[in-house]
Design a protein around this ligand. Structure first.
Ligand SMILES: Nc1ncnc2c1ncn2[C@@H]1O[C@H](COP(=O)(O)OP(=O)(O)OP(=O)(O)O)[C@@H](O)[C@H]1O
Ligand SMILES: [Mg+2]
Length: 255
């Protein structure tokens, strides 16, 4: 069987904020419907990579191809039109805007298309449908994350870039959010999901890309990775043993 041509193909990508590049030499591919966990320690460059893919952080070198065409020099709106959705780290929903308006504002489609996209998001996330008139500040952290996911879907993407969807959420809420992500990918949408640990993503992702100091240190089947192996890769073996001895764990980690 021939492998499908990749939906997203990144080669030699370097990007940063005006100083030296924060990520460099980054290459990987995502097949149609594929789900990649983008893993690494704090400051590894995961957000920078996702921002470069959607066009928010300038690319200094390398190429991004999406659906067979280069998009490296396109702006954010053009990339979204081609089928890329993005949910930023920290959700970034407008506190005073209600759920329905937040979602509708994320679509550039004509009226009927916006309604159809909204209906699809509400079908996928009944929790959002039930809160359609509530303002974002009235939502829980988990509901705000669902709203950020829903907003990323309003352009009817073929690929979503999800930055740290579990951030700051307690484990049962993380499970809800990843249930919603599972529903998105079950629809055939490909995803790159940044997280710092394996646990939240291991049920939805099939591959893992590990960054350390802006470089890819592993691109592997997810099944080949354990939490310990990830710590070794993400921190370097010396860093991993230091982290284990000082117990740098998430605040929600059971004691
Ligand atoms: N707007 C910015 N301007 C300058 N430097 C930045 C900016 N954003 C991030 N950086 C730097 O780029 C590096 C990578 O940061 P990035 O946010 O991409 O990492 P990350 O893997 O997403 O980590 P985390 O989510 O844990 O913060 C860090 O050294 C960070 O300080
Ligand atoms: Mg980040």
């Amino acid at each position: 069987m021939r492998a499908l041509p990749p939906l997203l193909e990144v080669t030699g990508l370097a990007a940063g904020y005006g100083g030296g590049p924060v990520i460099a030499g980054v290459g990987f591919a995502v097949p149609p419907g594929g789900v990649v966990a983008l893993l690494g320690a704090n400051g590894a460059g995961r957000s920078t990579l996702l921002r470069a893919l959607v066009g928010l952080t300038p690319v200094a070198a390398g190429e991004i191809c999406f659906a067979g065409a280069p998009i490296t020099r396109l702006g954010v709106a053009a990339r979204v039109r081609r089928g890329i959705g993005y949910a930023p780290e920290g959700r970034r929903v407008f506190p005073g805007m209600n759920v329905r308006d937040t979602l509708l504002a994320a679509s550039r489609a004509p009226r009927a298309g916006r309604r159809a996209a909204l209906d699809r998001v509400f079908d996928l996330f009944p929790q959002l449908a039930a809160s359609a008139g509530r303002r974002a500040w009235q939502l829980s952290g988990g509901q705000q994350q669902m709203l950020a996911l829903g907003r990323a879907l309003m352009g009817e993407p073929r690929l979503v870039l999800l930055d740290s969807p579990s951030l700051g959420l307690a484990p049962p809420v993380v499970a809800d959010v990843f249930g919603a992500i599972a529903a998105i990918v079950a629809d055939g949408v490909a995803a790159v999901i940044a997280e710092d640990r394996l646990a939240p993503v291991d049920r939805v992702a099939d591959r893992a890309l590990v960054l350390r100091a802006g470089r890819v240190v592993a691109d592997t089947a997810l099944a080949a990775l354990s939490e310990d192996r990830l710590a070794d890769l993400a921190l370097g073996a010396a860093g991993a043993s230091a982290a284990a001895s000082t117990r740098l764990a998430s605040p929600f980690e059971p004691g």
